[in-house]
Design a protein around this ligand. Structure first.
Ligand code: NDP
Length: 292
């Protein structure tokens, strides 16, 4: 067994997010003094308990920084036409700078048919096809909140991304793909791994920066981590006892990494902070001029 180089710096997403929220509160107050209060419409369809918690946390975070929220809670029986009609109203509402449609949608509603209906200029979640396309083309508008927050956490480590080997495990549209695009734009050499990757341990072992976004508790083993690597754990896996675990075997990885995010308290708070960042950015565009 190799001797651990050092014990990793714990990347405190909660603290970084708090700093960002303080700054946003000042920006929101400045906008409000010019008659523009940032506004976020939050659409929750159905009764999914985890979604209810996420929505509550996002709404609370908005209130803390001075973003007004417009709550739309719809029953699980809502039809596609009804949901699209609501989105059309929100698209047209000048008080609404951002629209968040909480996922997952209940069975019977297909996110691929609903999300593209959100005006991409109000897509503060950064998941509209236009916005993902713009990111890939190097002309980002709104970037998906989780990968955007991760870039801030990576900056905190001071690691030089240009020329670095970055490995993203997971290729979802909300996390893995935009993450790989952001790291590529930052001049890292990026490998995206997924369920068909032949030798995940070898790929992870080459990485200077690892982002794990799989959804399987501790599947990234500590022994795979290259000594000195930066390790970002996106995974949220709830155990039977209610405890949360990440996708990375934390203690063993922390013994080898130079920096690592905890679960909880790492990526999660940053995701919410970036939703606020994007909403305030959308409000600034409204404040800047009449044409949207
Ligand atoms: P998805 O289920 O959409 O994607 C999971 C990805 O992991 C897929 O690309 C899949 O590959 C890949 N995968 C599955 N099994 C393996 C395997 N054995 N080896 C390698 N790759 C594998 O999940 P999300 O991207 O939406 O979320 C990932 C995790 O991050 C979840 O735990 C989620 O809860 C969490 N999350 C946390 C957030 C936060 O704020 N902290 C925000 C968003 C998500 P394939 O494409 O081949 O199926």
């Amino acid at each position: 067994m190799e001797t651990p180089v050092a014990s990793a710096k714990i990347l405190d997403g909660k603290a970084v997010a708090a700093r960002i929220r303080n700054d946003l509160a000042r920006q929101a107050a400045a906008l409000a003094s010019h008659g523009v209060q940032p506004g976020l419409a939050v659409v929750l369809v159905g009764e999914d308990p985890a979604s209810q918690i996420y929505v509550r946390n996002k709404t609370k975070a908005c209130a803390e920084v001075g973003i007004r929220t417009f709550d739309h809670r719809l029953p699980a029986t809502t039809s596609k036409a009804e949901l699209l009609a609501l989105i059309a109203r929100l698209n047209a509402d000048p008080q609404v700078d951002g629209i968040l449609v909480q996922l997952p949608l209940p069975a019977g509603l297909d996110a691929r048919e609903i999300l593209p209906a959100v005006d991409p200029r109000k897509d503060v979640d950064g998941i509209h096809p236009d916005n993902l396309g713009r990111l890939v083309m190097g002309e980002p508008r709104f970037v998906a909140c989780t990968p955007l927050g991760i870039m801030t956490l990576i900056e905190e480590t001071g690691v030089k991304l240009a020329g670095a080997e970055a490995v993203v495990v997971g290729r979802s549209n909300m996390v893995g793909k935009p993450m790989a695009a952001l790291l590529t734009a930052a001049d890292a050499t990026v490998t995206t791994c997924h369920s068909k990757t032949r030798d995940l341990a070898a790929a992870v072992g080459r990485a200077d920066v690892v982002v794990a976004a799989v959804g399987r508790a501790e599947m990234i083993r500590g022994a795979w981590i290259k000594p000195g690597a930066v390790v970002i754990d996106v995974g949220i896996n709830r155990e039977a006892n209610g405890k949360l675990r990440g996708d990375v075997e934390f203690a063993a990885a922390a013994a080898r990494a130079s920096a690592i995010t905890p679960v909880p308290g790492g990526v999660g708070p940053m995701t919410i902070a970036m939703l606020l960042v994007n909403t305030v950015a959308a409000a600034k565009i409204r404040a800047a001029g009449p044409a949207r």
